[in-house]
Design a protein around this ligand. Structure first.
Ligand SMILES: Cc1cc2nc3c(=O)[nH]c(=O)nc-3n(C[C@H](O)[C@H](O)[C@H](O)COP(=O)(O)O)c2cc1C
Length: 215
């Protein structure tokens, strides 16, 4: 099979990113970019991000998850702690997050360290989820091989009966991670492939070093 994509080409012209305009704290630039993409392109799933981990076999793997909260401290997402990514994080907590917002021609890449959030915070978020999502989290032994889909559907029926009229408790194998950032790269597409790239690196005194990278 062969398909030539060499004439797939886009020019990025919409915005610019200059060091003189960026804040000292990268979380504030993240907040500004997120606010803008969410305001102007709310139909996009702007909180979808990839999380890359290093697996137990030494190979990297990335997959999309949903960002559920960000603060000055970091970025929170929820998953199954026994999933492939959960097992990878347990051995090597250094991960990479990335966002690509096509509509605003922007990419953000964040390196950081993932930690489980406090149990009561995971409880709080689990309680806020629709019942179907709660049951899904209980049922799915995420990343395990299963025979077929009926395994999930039968388990769903059984659990719907078991928990009828009752609260569904958060399973201990499901909860949140916070990724505490150590490096950010903000990428703004520009014309002639001369894109703007601004990198923030966390210094030992908790200040951020800000540098421009060649595209
Ligand atoms: C748009 C989108 C959102 C997703 N959100 C999540 C999420 O928030 N948490 C999660 O565990 N998986 C989420 N997934 C599924 C993951 O990409 C992945 O399949 C799953 O977490 C298992 O990954 P692992 O086997 O590498 O651990 C999402 C997938 C997509 C495409």
């Amino acid at each position: 099979m062969e398909k030539d994509l060499s004439d797939y080409r886009r020019s990025y012209e919409r915005q610019e990113l200059l060091i003189k305009d960026v804040p000292e704290n990268p979380m504030e630039l993240f907040q500004k970019w997120f606010y803008e993409v969410d305001k102007y392109f709310p139909e996009d799933e702007n909180n979808a991000m990839t999380v890359a981990t290093i697996g137990l076999d030494g190979s990297p793997k990335s997959r999309v998850v949903l960002l559920k909260k960000y603060t000055y401290e970091g970025f929170i997402f929820y998953t199954n702690y026994n999933s492939e990514k959960g097992k990878s994080i347990a051995i090597n907590p250094y991960v990479c997050l990335s966002f690509y917002w096509q509509s605003s021609e922007r990419q953000i890449i964040i390196k950081g360290k993932a930690e489980r959030i406090a149990e009561n915070l995971s409880d709080g978020y689990f309680e806020s989820r629709p019942r179907g999502s709660q049951l899904g989290a209980v049922i799915s032994h995420q990343s395990e091989v299963i025979k077929d889909r009926t395994v999930l559907e039968e388990e769903l029926k059984a659990l719907e009966q078991k928990f009828e009229g009752k609260e569904i408790p958060r399973p201990p194998y499901w909860g949140g991670y916070i990724v505490k950032p150590t490096e950010f790269e903000f990428w703004q597409g520009r014309s002639n492939r001369l894109h703007d790239r601004i990198r923030y690196t966390l210094q030992s005194d908790y200040a951020w070093l800000i540098e421009r990278l060649s595209p």
